[in-house]
Design a protein. Structure first.
Length: 83
């Protein structure tokens, strides 16, 4: 059951981090769009940063899904062993 707890902590870390980065990246993307609309310098840098952060958020959230599936498989194996 210790392994399940570690997996749950990893899942929480990946899911929360992924969602925070995803939201942050989309917020920065909005700022980059505003900078482009006002024809300010630096919108390309902000847009690139937004792309990097948003994709990192997607990657972490995808890893959270993988960890959740592993948790489900581990729980099924554990419950079969108890029967």
């Amino acid at each position: 059951m210790i392994k399940y707890s570690i997996m749950k902590i990893k899942w929480l870390f990946y899911s929360i981090s992924g969602l925070l980065l995803l939201g942050m990246g989309l917020s920065i993307l909005g700022e980059a769009i505003i900078l482009k609309f006002t024809q300010s310098d630096g919108w390309v840098i902000w847009g690139t940063l937004a792309l990097i952060i948003t994709n990192s958020g997607f990657c972490l959230f995808g890893q959270a899904i993988i960890e959740k599936v592993k948790m489900g498989l581990n729980r099924e194996e554990w419950s079969k062993g108890q029967s």
